[in-house]
Design a protein around this ligand. Structure first.
Ligand SMILES: Cc1ncc(COP(=O)(O)O)c(C=O)c1O
Length: 372
């Protein structure tokens, strides 16, 4: 069902895996990267992206971002392409569209592949038009906080048919996740709710630590992944997660519309109240979060905590996120991408997630007004 629905939506074959990072890894394996070949990826990304490149035998090369979109700067990409470059991965950071038309032109001219990482956003009938129509392949994530959520899961959609057969064989060889892993995934939300409810006692953090040490929590990014490792084993998406993702796909427009409504509110309010709004944020974008560049972002997050507003989202203080990643193992060298480095220190992202109400958004906007 999920496969058919996605294939109809994107007009191309679909290969399903247990996560977006596995789907990306599978595609990079299918194109047969050889050691020394390079894949360009942006600074200010999630560690699982360079990990997938390393696991497939390639080397990630980090290009700088455009400050106003938090996405790949096409000029920086063009300068990094050489005879070893096989592909560029463009990430539509937090739902802000990459300059896909320009990147497509560069990739065609330099005869390399363009992969669209759609982990943060999925277009619907109302766009964004720049997303999903330009890549040789699209990578989708059905993780917990994604536009389509199956708790876990991912897909790769090879729009360029060259590698579809090898990708199909890789999907056939994928193994099942253990029942224990699936159980942990399904239990994650109620278990975390229980931990959060302990906050008033002060025991939430120690209990979380114990649950983690007993391997009773399924982490979004594991300690091994933070050290640059991705398992070379591919897994099938569990049936229950595929069913959830399929149901969620049916609600995509509703989810995106909610995000559009909150994005439009922050955008309108922000422009009226002099917030430093990124120029890449246009009305009608279904943003996964609403980023701002501010002075002393960390200090502002701290003062918001006093008002029960928690804006730590794992995308602060890091060019390869989360902050606890072992940077040298990702291949990133400090100083490589000045704009990405500036962004990660200054970013303050406001949530737009499906459970957020307009009242909460208004409350948050008033808090931000007092801090800017
Ligand atoms: C930019 C980016 N790409 C890829 C992924 C991988 O997705 P998944 O968590 O499904 O492996 C993530 C994770 O959220 C991400 O942020």
């Amino acid at each position: 069902m999920l496969r058919t629905e996605l294939a109809n939506k994107f007009g191309a074959p679909v290969c399903l895996f247990a996560s977006g990072r596995e789907a990306l890894f599978a595609y990079l394996k299918a194109i047969n990267l050889i050691p020394g070949e390079e894949v360009i990826v942006q600074g200010y990304t999630c560690v699982v992206v360079p990990n997938a490149i390393h696991a497939a035998g390639g080397s990630p090369v980090f290009a700088d971002i455009a400050r106003e979109t938090l996405n790949l700067d096409p000029e920086s990409v063009d300068k990094l392409i050489n005879s070893r470059t096989r592909a560029v991965i463009c990430q539509h950071t937090f739902g802000v569209p990459s300059d896909t038309a320009k990147l497509r032109e560069i990739c065609d001219r330099r005869k390399i592949l363009l992969i669209e990482d759609c982990a943060h956003v999925l277009p619907d009938r109302n766009g964004p038009e720049e997303i999903g129509g330009y890549g040789d392949a699209l990578m989708l994530s059905f993780g917990r906080d994604k536009a389509i959520s199956g708790i876990t899961g991912g897909a790769v959609i090879p729009r360029n048919p060259s590698f579809a057969d090898s990708l199909g064989s890789l999907e056939k060889q994928a193994v099942d996740l253990s029942w224990w892993e699936v159980l942990k995934l399904l239990e994650y939300a109620p278990r975390m709710r229980m931990v959060r409810n302990l906050k008033w006692t002060g025991f939430d953090k120690p209990v979380l630590k114990i649950l983690k040490s007993l391997n009773l929590i399924s982490l979004v990014v594991t300690d091994e992944e933070k050290k640059g490792f991705q398992s070379p084993l591919l897994h099938k998406i569990p049936n229950v997660c595929a069913a959830l993702a399929c149901w969620s796909l049916g609600n995509l427009e509703k989810t995106n519309d909610h995000r559009r409504q909150i994005t439009n509110f922050f955008l309108g309010h922000g422009l009226k109240h002099g917030w430093p709004v990124l120029k890449g944020i246009k009305p009608g974008l279904p943003l996964q979060k609403f980023p701002l560049f501010v002075h002393d972002a960390q200090g502002k997050r701290k003062s918001l905590k006093k008002h029960n507003v928690y804006l730590d989202d794992g995308w602060t203080g890091c060019v390869v996120c989360p902050e606890t990643v072992d940077l040298p193992s990702t291949g990133y060298e400090w100083g490589d991408n000045p704009e990405a480095e500036k962004a990660c220190g200054q970013i303050l992202s406001l949530p737009t997630h499906p459970t957020m109400t307009m009242r909460q958004a208004e409350y948050l906007a008033r808090q931000i007004d007092t801090l800017l």
